[in-house]
Design a binder for this molecule. Structure first.
Ligand code: GLC
Length: 720
């Protein structure tokens, strides 16, 4: 068994600093592997390159093996490098984007997908993934909402924990496990105006209520690494924010794992104007517990000098290095520096495609259906129209080593499902926001006229979301709306598919489309999932994990708002009310919305009692009846409102959910237990308490709550 303390003893200072540095693969070999940041900021000497302890963004296991082999030949300590990637929603076999995974409300599915990704990543030469991203999001203009599981801290916590446990397994030496890095700490999703990298100003109350919980749940689940975010939080960049990195992360949460900066974020402290120069940036970051520097060279350039000046002690440097060597040891890297890396590229398997397809089916959200869906399986003549009709670019941003060309397009899926049908495929128009060419309309309209059913495939390009891709307008692109009106105008048997990495404004489309099935970016098997869903071989069961606005001007818009006084009822604007002049502030589709081909009747919500003390609980029973003859899954949700408290409480907040399968005509009683900790919130003294008083419970989904019941908490935690 390797003795890391013995290794540490013989290391030079520069060798130690090397263990706190990570660079892109293209510094080590000639590769066109992706670069996930601005490399032009990186200046490192060839001498220092041989000390580097970590690599990110390589293209294949062969590249990993080559870099590792050459490194070990030159490193006198024979310390293996760690190889890290953004395995956000799949490694080679890509499954739906995380915002879509949130819509599955199925942590077991997320576990299955993550385990598959971990197995592929191990073979791909990866030992650490920069996942889960659990940034809380409320503004769909921000491109990175696609990486989050949405606008509810509880849902984000459940999904984040599932990913941590699935990727890391029970033991990091397990050849099917990789270490995770939870990110971006903290509140990157609160970027002002939804503009990426922008300022974040949030009260401590809001941070603790919504933005911080999921990171803590992931760390408590054993996440090995955490990554501070690029943004300033209340004036101080996260990488140098002592309230975040010391008070919260270390003192309150007791996290003693590894902190790795984001890409160049330490050097960017200069750009933020909180560091005079590189030396000051290195000092700020290291002083705030940032252990590994990603893709900038401030530690290589200044850490030795700072130790020589006794700003930091050698013991502090050794502490950071020892954490890194310990992780490498627990990953088994000293025993086998190549771990599970294959010698050739890994291929997508049939089994993994099946996992990806099932995930895409469960993450899709049926937003509207006037009865046109599901289409008849006997359909013989159909048209597949639109910019996403035969488009491989449906695997989404952050698709790691996935390949667009390996995806199943909508047309592919429909042809595979209905091999004997006559299927006409027409693009009809482009997918760029400013496309104006309508020359494809006539062909599309004629095909629609001649078909039994039409599948209209619309949306925003996958490179319109993800990092750095903020948008000013969320409305469906004008030309696509015109195409939709022309096609639906000649064939009412039309179902519209929408593809996006964020909530889109579908208000105009909703007025004319008989059915809308939102697919997000569904991954490698997207087209097969679409075919199964449209023709009833799969029954839609997704529920929105993020609100769809009625117009972009409503952003940020979210379900768990406090009671907006003078709210004003929907309808015409009235003076002195909180709605907009153009329309009220209700969304088009709220958090939790999602239809099914089954019909679920919510018949009763019953409580075991109507009062409890802090040490008691209340049993909640919800009776749901599938009144249709179609089997299906339904996510039964429990919402609550703390009617009066020392701070204004959300008018509704999700506190529990269960995804339940129903046979045709089946009735089930779903049970939940409400305990006092579920009623807690962060009060204005930043205490996490429950307060006595009246609470209301509902089921249904946000903005469509039903079966209200009340109960009282006689004594809260604040009283004990
Ligand atoms: C990027 C992203 C971060 C990612 C890192 C490495 O800039 O902000 O989420 O993990 O760089 O690719």
């Amino acid at each position: 068994m390797v003795d890391i303390k013995k290794i540490l003893k013989r290391m030079t200072v520069r060798e130690k600093i090397g263990q706190l540095s990570q660079y892109n693969a293209n510094l080590f070999l000639d590769t066109d592997a992706m670069v996930t940041g601005n490399m032009d900021m990186l200046v490192i000497s060839g001498e220092d390159l041989k000390y580097v302890g970590h690599v990110l963004n390589f293209k294949s296991p062969a590249e990993m093996r080559q870099i590792q082999k050459e490194h070990l030949q030159n490193d006198r300590n024979k310390i293996p490098m760690l190889f890290m990637m953004d395995v956000i929603h799949g490694f080679r076999t890509i499954y739906p984007i995380p915002l879509a995974l949130g819509c599955s409300f199925n942590p077991d599915l997320v576990t299955e997908c993550s385990r598959m990704a971990a197995r592929e990543a191990v073979k791909g030469g990866v030992q650490v993934t920069f996942t889960p991203m659990v940034d809380y999001v409320r503004d769909a203009r921000w491109g990175r909402v696609m990486e989050s599981t949405g606008e509810d801290a509880y849902l984000n916590s459940v999904m984040g924990e599932a990913q941590v446990r699935a990727f890391q397994g029970d033991d990091l030496s397990d050849k099917e496990s990789i270490a995770v890095c939870v990110k971006h700490f903290a509140a990157y999703g609160g970027a002002e105006a939804g503009r990426d990298y922008n300022t974040v100003e949030l009260s401590e109350h809001t941070l603790r209520e919504h933005y911080l919980p999921a990171y803590k749940v992931c760390l408590d689940a054993g996440a090995e690494i955490i990554m501070p975010s690029f943004n300033t939080l209340n004036g101080v960049p996260a990488t140098a924010n002592s309230w975040l990195m010391k008070t919260v992360l270390k003192d309150e949460w007791g996290f003693d794992g590894i902190v790795i900066s984001d890409f160049g974020a330490i050097k960017e402290l200069i750009d933020h104007g909180v560091a005079q120069d590189g030396k000051a940036a290195a000092r700020l970051a290291f002083d705030n517990n940032c252990n590994i520097e990603m893709c900038s060279a401030m530690y290589f350039s200044y850490l030795e000098e700072l130790i020589g000046e006794n700003v930091f002690s050698m013991a502090q440097l050794d502490e950071a290095v020892l954490k890194v060597l310990d992780l490498k040891k627990r990953l088994g890297m000293f025993d086998n520096p190549y771990r599970g890396a294959d010698v050739t590229d890994i291929e997508i398997t049939h089994e993994n495609r099946e996992v990806s397809r099932r995930a895409a089916e469960e993450c899709a959200v049926l937003l509207k259906n006037n009865g046109v869906l599901p289409f008849k399986k006997s359909t013989k003549k159909l048209a597949v129209i639109g910019p996403f009709a035969d488009n491989h670019n449906i695997i989404g941003f952050w698709s790691c080593n996935g390949k667009n060309e390996e995806s199943v397009t909508v047309a592919d899926g429909i042809k595979a499902l209905l091999p004997d049908a006559e299927i006409t495929v027409i693009e009809g128009c482009g997918d760029e926001w400013n496309d104006t060419d309508t020359s494809g309309f006539d062909e599309a309209v004629n095909a629609a006229k001649a078909s039994e059913v039409v599948i209209l495939c619309l949306g925003e390009p996958q490179d319109y979301s993800g990092e750095g891709n903020s948008r000013l307008e969320l409305e469906l692109h004008k030309i696509q709306l015109e195409l939709a009106k022309a096609v639906i105008g000649v064939n009412r048997n039309t179902a519209v598919l929408t593809f996006s990495g964020r909530p889109m404004v579908l208000t105009e489309l909703e007025k004319t489309a008989p059915a809308i099935l939102h697919m997000w970016f569904p991954g490698t098997e997207g087209g097969m999932a679409v075919a199964n869903l449209l023709f009833g071989f799969a029954n839609p069961c997704g529920k929105l994990s993020m609100t769809f606005p009625r117009s972009t001007g409503q952003c940020p818009i979210y379900y768990n708002h406090t009671n907006i006084i003078k709210y004003g009822k929907p309808g015409a604007h009235k003076p002195y009310c909180a709605s907009y002049i153009e329309h009220d502030n209700l969304p088009l589709y709220s958090f939790g919305h999602g239809l099914s081909y089954s019909d679920f009747a919510y018949e009763e919500l019953a409580l075991s009692k109507d009062a409890m003390t802090a040490d008691e609980s209340i049993e909640v029973s919800i009776t749901v009846h599938n009144t249709s003859d179609i089997a299906g899954k339904e996510t039964v949700m429990l919402y609550m409102c703390d009617m009066v408290a020392s701070t204004a409480r959300p008018v509704q907040q999700l506190i529990a959910f269960k995804k339940i399968y129903f046979e045709p005509s089946e009735r089930k009683v779903i049970k939940f237990t409400v305990t006092e900790p579920m009623l807690r919130f962060w009060n204005n003294n930043n205490e996490y308490v429950s307060e006595p008083g009246e609470f209301r419970l509902w089921t249904g989904y946000a903005d469509h709550l039903v079966l209200e019941k009340k109960f009282s908490l006689m004594i809260g935690s604040s009283d004990v």
